[in-house]
Design a protein around this ligand. Sequence first.
Ligand SMILES: [Zn+2]
Length: 208
Amino acid sequence: MGILSLLFPCKCPYCSAVIKRKMTECDKCRPKIIAKKIIYKIPSNDICIAPFRYDGRVRNAILEFKFNGVRFNAKSLSERMTEILREYVGSFDIVTCVPVSKQRMRERGFNQSKDLAKGIALLLGKSCCDTLKKTKNNKVQHMLDKSQRQENVIGVYSAINTDKFIGKRILLVDDICTTGNTLAECCRVLYAAGAAFVLCAAIAVSYE
Ligand SMILES: [Zn+2]
């Protein structure tokens, strides 16, 4: 075992068992963590596809990834997302992600959705680029009620790199889809900026 593996052992995203660096999850969890396609209609009438519901071991893997900086978990999670996205591979040209604010980027050091988008793009042989930026620091969505969530995301995002996506079909990646208001607003901005089609994908759908 190398020194790096001793200092920073890789752990299974779903049960925290120590695993080899080249593995993405342990042998026990692999057959249990099954990607099952969930199709979720978001408020803009666009579609979000996810492999999981937001609970149990998947929820833990996402929380560790998003809030404790365990970016290793993105590997397994993006693989599972890719499994259910393969049948849609002909429906989009580029992969992009929901952006985080500058402040969040400073605090967290990475955008979890971008890690997933990059993983998916790599596995599906697509290019990944930023198409949106967050221009306002809005409140965290999960702290708000339903009607507040809808208002909270309006005017928060703006399009960037429009030359890369005008007339193109986009796969828009987020981490968790709850009310779908964030994705719906991002879709609206992308369509307004010239996207031909937007398909959304998340790791998990949370029914609150
Ligand atoms: Zn495991």
